[in-house]
Design a protein around this ligand. Structure first.
Ligand SMILES: *Cc1c(COP(=O)(O)O)cnc(C)c1O
Length: 457
């Protein structure tokens, strides 16, 4: 019988995170202010606790996972690595497809892998309250749960349109003791300014970030938390790839292709970076593919630039592939992939030629998601469907080439809270968005006048 599931025991779970910054062929450009001067760690202190800022700038290869964090991660980790045998059979491919199931956490995605350590480090630093933003609610619900576990108050600014359309995530946050309000709100200057211009605005992630940061820096004992993009977030997610490597080693396999969907880049990096360590060391040479939606193509059609993380430009300028902080993506259902910029570390590995980027339109993704659900049972999140669609493309290619390669994808989360997207797909209400060059150019105009990152050397 084929082995379709590879488990690790609790005591085989990694005890350290992997920091790729230690192994990069060229160093990363630093975050800078509007004047182009590097931002020092102390300038981030009003926003994040110092222990997380230290991780953000660290170049130490291995960083210990605190015991208190392991205790909680053990509730759903190590996560299973599964063979998608029935999907392979449906495709008639000689390729083997494996998926690392991150949908087994209580909130249903990879996001608690970083929410738990972020809440822990805030707790240790004496912080009593954390603010954040959330789009579709996956991050807000993960942070709500983590804060509850460490006795920290949690306030979530949820993008208005999702707040109205997706009440279930909001209820999850409430169940875990967090306060969730619609953004823009009238409780911050940033929110009031937007509402004065347009009282009926649907809101955006970039607006909600501005509100959450303003709340954090103007409130007592409060810091802000981000669910993707930043170095320390990607660091916490490497537990995914470290486990996957151990699981593949158990069955004597090394994947030929590694795939993750990429919004801010954290689940992709979490899966990919531990394998990239082997690639950088010249030991192995897997293809590593980050998949983005065609409607938000920052890596395949954006520019590498210094850009801000939010509309109000409250964040430092980060070196990243971006469509510009004013970019407003089409309302595709993969809410978690609608961010204008890509994590600096992922952007850097793309520049270095260590990874590839591909964009896939949403109809192909939904088709792939439905085939996955019909064959493997689990219903994927709309974000995850991008990784599945890419794996199917690769499996079909293996069939044409008659090659028995091994494809590994990170199954970032389940879609049980996102069934309205599936309904729209079944009803034929979804379409693909083709962004014109002019639209992209217009969005990128906001980058003019900002400092430029140095060339790779
Ligand atoms: C948030 C989310 C993503 C996208 O975020 P990344 O930081 O790019 O990983 C992908 N999949 C799921 C299920 C998510 O919740």
């Amino acid at each position: 019988m084929e082995q379709i599931k590879v488990f690790l025991n609790e005591d085989e779970m990694p005890r350290q995170w992997y920091n790729i910054a230690a192994d990069l062929p060229h160093p990363m450009p630093p975050p800078v202010g509007p004047d182009g001067k590097p931002i020092g760690p102390e300038m981030l202190a009003p926003v994040f606790p110092m222990n997380l800022i230290e991780q953000e700038v660290s170049t130490q290869r291995w960083i210990d996972i605190p015991e208190e964090v392991l205790q909680i991660l053990w509730q759903w980790r190590p996560s299973p690595l599964c063979r998608a045998l029935r999907l392979e059979q449906a495709l008639g491919t000689p390729a083997k497809i494996y998926y690392k199931n991150e949908g087994v956490s209580a909130p249903g995605s990879h996001k608690p892998n970083t929410a738990v350590p972020q809440a822990y480090y805030n707790k240790v630093a004496g912080i009593k309250r954390i603010t954040t933003e959330t789009g579709a609610g996956q991050w807000g619900s993960s942070l709500a749960m983590a804060c509850q576990m460490f006795g920290i108050e949690c306030k979530v600014y949820m993008v208005r349109i999702s707040f109205d359309q997706k009440p279930f995530r909001k209820m999850m946050m409430q169940t875990w003791g967090a306060t969730c309000i619609a953004s823009p709100s009238n409780t911050t200057n940033a929110g009031r300014a937007i509402l004065a211009q347009d009282p009926n605005t649907p809101g955006s992630l970039a607006i909600a970030i501005s509100e959450a940061i303003e709340d954090a820096v103007t409130s007592k004992n409060t810091r802000y938390a981000l669910g993707s993009v930043l170095n320390h977030v990607l660091l916490h997610q490497t537990i995914i790839g470290l486990e996957a490597k151990k699981q593949f080693a158990k069955i004597g396999i090394y994947p030929d292709v590694i795939i993750g969907c990429a919004g801010g880049g954290s689940n992709f990096a979490g899966m990919a970076f531990p394998f990239l360590a082997d690639k950088i060391a010249g030991k192995k040479n897997p293809r590593v593919i980050a998949v983005e939606p065609s409607a938000c193509p920052k890596m395949t059609r954006g520019v590498f630039a210094y850009d801000s993380g939010d509309v109000a430009m409250m964040t430092p300028l980060l070196p990243m592939y971006s469509l510009g902080h004013t970019f407003v993506p089409q309302p595709i259902h993969a809410g978690g992939l609608r961010y204008h910029g890509m994590a600096p570390l992922v952007s850097h590995t793309l520049r270095e030629g260590l990874i590839e980027a591909q964009a896939i339109p949403q109809l192909e993704c939904y088709k792939a998601a439905v085939l996955f659900a019909k064959t493997e049972g689990f219903i994927p999140a709309p974000e995850t469907s991008h990784a599945i669609a890419m794996a199917i493309r690769e499996a079909n290619r293996a069939k044409e080439e008659g090659k028995a390669k091994v494809i590994a994808l990170n199954w970032s989360g389940h879609g049980i809270m996102d069934l309205s997207g599936y309904q729209a797909y079944f009803d034929g209400k979804l379409s693909d968005y083709n962004l014109t060059e002019a639209e992209i150019q217009k969005a990128e105009d906001c980058l003019k006048g900002l400092p430029k990152p140095p060339p790779l050397k």
